[in-house]
Structure formats: structure tokens, C-alpha cells
Design a protein around this ligand. Sequence first.
Ligand SMILES: [Ca+2]
Ligand SMILES: [Ca+2]
Ligand SMILES: [Ca+2]
Length: 773
Amino acid sequence: MALGHGAKKSVSCEQGVTPATLHDGVQAGGQASAPPTRKSRSCKYVLAFIIIIILAAAGVTLAWYFLEYRVWMCEPRVQQQYSAYLSILNRNFSADLSSHSSAAFRREAKGVQNMVKKIMECSSLCRYFNYTTAFAFGEGSVVAHFWIVMSVPGSHVGRVTLETGDKEPGGGTGGSREPGEGETASFSGYLLHLPSLTVTETDSKAIELLKASFDCYRYQKVVSTGPLALRGPDMQRSSCLWHLQTDPGSQLELHMEWLLPECRDRLVVYDSLTPSDTHLITSVYGCSRHERLVRVLSSGEWMTVIWKQGLYNYKDPFSLSAQTWTRRDCNSTIELKATTTPPTLTVPGASLCRLKAWGQWIIQNRRLCGTRGLQPYTERLFLLPTDTTVVMTSEVSITGPGLQLRYQVFNQSDPCPGQFLCTTNGLCVPACDGIKDCPNGLDERNCVCVAQYQCPEDSQCVDYYKVCDQLPDCPEASDEVNCTEGVQCSDMTYVCADGTCLKKPNPECDFVADCPDASDEKQCDCGLRQFSSRIVGGTNATEGEWPWQASLQVRGTHICGGALISSQWVVSAAHCFYDDSLYSPSVWTVYLGKLLLNSSSRTEEVARVLRIHLHQYYDYESHDYDLALLKLDRPASALLAGHAQPACLPPVAHQLDPGLLCWVTGWGALQEGGSASNVLQKVDVRLVSEEACIRSYGQLVTPRMLCAGYRYGDKDACQGDSGGPLVCQEPSGRWFLAGVVSWGKGCGRADYYGVYTRITRLTGWIQEVISSP
Ligand SMILES: [Ca+2]
Ligand SMILES: [Ca+2]
Ligand SMILES: [Ca+2]
């Protein structure tokens, strides 16, 4: 339709020109026909003249119809929105101008609107102009911010932009924009600084957001280099808008802190004065789902924050504060030093360089990163020059969860001392420990002994529990030498606090000081039952038998199990908290020292949850990294009474030999599809090698999983046991947490073992979370 219209229009254009030339021609013809020779000839001229006049009139009519009437009266209009700002030199900023309800604001807004309207009406775009609204004033002297809405006939869309018209205001000031003075223009009593005029096209959504905020508008000039608390929203309103401004050459940092564990409020932050999607920095929804404290940075002197109230009205769901920084590029110089422990890449003023999740980084012209799956990986780079430039860029403007980098200098000839270099992800992984850590499984190929000790004399394989047990197993009893002194470190050796590595397997908390600094016997208040338990037949547990067992409940209903691992931390499965409605800590209640679900006992203790940490690599589909840590609101006092006791957290090198008899406990279903048990249940299961587990489940088994059960099935964990502990007793009598109930095919089915989260592979993460402030 647009094409047809255009074609017609071009015809009428020619016709619009034709009459003038024809008219000249007719006049010329009239002069030429002054000496008539024959009457019939002059009649023909008159007739032709009349036809031409009629044609010309029709042409003019058609041109008028197509160019004017049809375009302006019949065509649908398209709205075009622009946001603009302009410096007014003969006004001074006052605090009154930052309040939409003040008389000063209303007066000045009206004046600016009239001025902009007049300018537009004097310009060639006057026919398109619809209305303008002044929405904010900033400092310097006064900067007026306004939006302009234009109404453009459909066929003119694409031909009309205010960018071409933005010179018009100056042009319309009656010639005051002459070379020489040029910079300023006077209009309607306003002295305008013309170079400051900036007009950008925006969308109707941004205008709507600005309109909606008029009832709750906050302007704040931020010059403080420390956090300045911003005035909160008007809770009687459903949305509020903050305009933050800092000095030119500076940038703003906004801190958003959620004060409630749960709410459905939304905060949206824009890197500009106009809340248009192209300037979106971040959108934060709900109060605890992500980080409690979110810090974002503007690139320039303006930032817009919009709050939208959630479904329910909570008082003070968040607090905002802002500070200013001298604007600088995100550059820093880091000196890489040869280190054995990986330091985290700390960039001076790292918050200024908040990295984006989707982006790339370039090291020595090599492009890395992009979008990666939820798996750790290492890039190994050979840095040839002594100094190297790392460039990080973001492909989208929205702020993601960020990126943490750790760097380490490695020896090119021995990149993974005592370990295996997995080429697919660049990580150093334990070799020949019976767990395929490398996606291609190469770390477990060509092994003489798998998850066993290798006698140096004849390469005979000996179970780890026979090493340093004071009985010779290797031909020359080499398994019993160097048991009391340090040996070369490997994946199988225990590392003392002073860095000494021990050959003796599982030396921690066995009542014998093995490390030179005796650190293996420190922090050993775990894994013991204070009350002597009567192990009776059947599967009902007895009081005090599993003192680390926790029941995690929502509104009085048992949902998942958990295990106490320190006075204030409970470990469970991430899948228990994956659902949005279960993610909030406030919905959970933790019961310790409990035996019966339906009745409370004197020994039990109830705790609330302060924080829930899900493993950052947890994958809902694959169940990989299925681990969660719950911080209780206070240390469990039941510990003092002995009714609760943490299970021991095994160190990374803790050996759990296949075939070891361990116990899983929980209030889960007694059979597949059955209902939960009222009495805590215990089931003995044997650890199963990864190889056997892969025979059951194939590639679903990852290195973070541990299988236990029996080939013929029968004894297993079931629904409701999720997150509960799988514990194994050491010869010392202490119980260590080997796994957390994660998944499995059915319950107790033959050939399908129960699958647990393998704690030893995640001990590092647990310690990191617990020790972080
Ligand atoms: Ca391995
Ligand atoms: Ca031995
Ligand atoms: Ca010891």
C-alpha cells in the first residue's frame, strides 16, 4: 500500500510542476497567436487552452488530495517519542525544582513546555509536533529535561526525525544563531545554551515509566565519595523513580540492599536519564533470590532507578545508597607472580569493573570466554612477552552474575604436579582414583592400581585401609614405612595445616596425632554419639543414634533431610530448594535431635534458616553438584546437651573404598510410592565403585556423585530422604559424611543404586562458604 501511494504521489508531483511551465508556454503561445491567420485554428487553440486549464486544475486537486488531504486527514498517525535536554543559562537550580509537587517545578515546567512548543511551532516540524512535557530539572545552570511526542502520518515515518529537526529551535529564534555568538539563543525569556541541546529517540515504554513516576519522584545530586543513603519510596504508591546525578567527569555507584528475606518488589536501574531498554543496567526481582547487596555503576553522570511494588506491600523491603567516583576507564595493571595457590584476580576498584556474564575476554589476541556452561574450567596460556594485556568486554548491557577469575603461574613441563591434566577443560584432576574426573575419562586410563595403593616393589595393588595399619602387605612392607613423617603430596595424601602430606589414609580425628603440628586432631568435635545407642533389629532408629540428622520442614511438613556439620551449618541437597517458593530461607524450619515426625520431644531443637547457599554449578537437569548449605539463625544449643552432634566433614583426600558399609537415614517413604515414615529410619548400604554405578546409569553419573546400595536392591533411600546424610564410620568410631541423598531410579530397585552427592569432591566449596563472612 505504501508503494502504490508513493507512485501516485510522484505522478502528482510532476503534475504539480506542469501547470507553471504550461502556463508559460500558453502565454508564449498566446503571443505567437497574436496575428491569427485562420478562425478554425484559433478555436482549436481556445479548446486546447480550456482542456489544459481543466487538466492543470485536476492536477492541482489531485496533488492537494494526495499530498495534503489524504496524508493529514486519512492516514493513521504514528507516535514518535524523543527525550531531550537543554541548558538554560538565565535560571538557577534550587531544591524546589527537584520536587514534582512544588510550585516552582510546576511553574518552570510550564514555562519550558511553552518555550519548546513555540520553538517546535516555528520549525519545519510544526505539523508533526504533538506535545511536550518537562519531567526533570538538573543542575548547570538549570538543565531542563523534557520529552517530545510527535505524531507522524504513516507515509512520513522514516522521513521525519527530530535529529534533523534539532537544529530548528536555533533556526527558529529569529536569526540570533549567527556565527560568532552562535552558542546562545534567547527565546520566550529563556537564555538557551544551544550546544547543550541533546535529542534522542526513545520508546513509548520509557515515556510511560516517566509519567507513572510523577507521584513519587526523587532527584538526588550525588557528590559524596562515600555511600549516601537515598530517600526511600512512598509506600502509598506502587512505583517510584529516582534520578541520580553526579558531576560531569564522574560516575555513580548505586548500592541496593534487600532488607527482607522475601518480597516480590522489583528494582530496575538504567544508565541514563531516560528509562529506555537500551540503557538498562540491571533488573532485580524479589528480595533474596540473588545477592542481598547489589552494586551497579553508571557510565556517565546520570542514573535512573525505578521501583515497582510487588504483590504484597511490605514496609522497607530495600534501602538504596549512592556514591560518586571519578570517572575512569576500567584499566588496571596486575603483576603476576609465581604462586602455588591460586589468588583471585583482584582488580583495584574491582566494583568499577563489574564484569558481565555474557562477554568475551582477549588475552594476547586470543579470544576466550563467550557463554559457557555451569562448569569450572581453566584456560592455559603461554605468555611470551613479560607483560600481557587482558581485555574484557561485554556483549550486552545488562549486568549478569559476574565473573570470578583466579590465576596461577604453572610449570609448562609439569603443569599438574601429582595430578592429571584434563585437556578438555584445562583442569588438574586426580588420576587413578576410580573417578572419571575428565569428561573423556582419560584420567582413569592406563592405571596400574585404581583407587588402591601401589606397592613400589612389584606394583601390586593394596587397599588403602591396609596402608599404615602396622601389618605388612607389600613384599618388603613398604606400605608400612614413612607412616609417621611427611611424604610427597598427591591426591591420596592428607595435607596437614603446615603443608606436610601424610601417607597414612584418613588420619583426621582418629585420636592419634599424625601431623607434626597435630592439626589432624584439631576441630574434631564431630561424628560421635553422646548417648550409647542400642542398635536393635529392624530399621527404626533410636533416640540419639544419628545426632546429625536434621528434618527440614515447611509449614510443619517434612520436605527434606539434612546433616549438621558444625554448630550453625546444615548440609542438604540443592534440589530441595530449587523451586522458587522454597528458595526463601524464611519458609524453612530446621529440627535437630528429632526422632518422631508427628510429636516433639524434650531433646529436639527448632532453628530458623538465615541463609541458603546452593552450589553455583548445581544443575537441575543432571543433578550435578546437588548440594546446599543452610546457615542457622544461631548456633544449635542442643549441641551442648548432646542431643545434636555434627557429622565429621571428610577432607578431600578421605578414602572411601568401594564395599565400605555405610548408613543412610531419613523419614522418607518406606517403599517406592509410599508415604513418609513417622519414625526416623536407618538403612545400611555399601559404597559402590563408580565403574559399577556407570553400568547402572551410564553417563548420568558425574564425579560429584557417589553410589551406594546393593545389586539386588531392597535397601535404599527414597522420597523424603533427599538431602539426608550417608555416613560411614571410621575405625576410630567417628562418623564421616560421605554423601547426601540426591537421586536414583525408583527406590531399592535391583541394579539401580542410590545416588548421593559425593562430599569429598565438594569439601572445598563447603569450607569456602562456611569460612566466608
Ligand atoms: Ca580421577
Ligand atoms: Ca599394611
Ligand atoms: Ca590422626
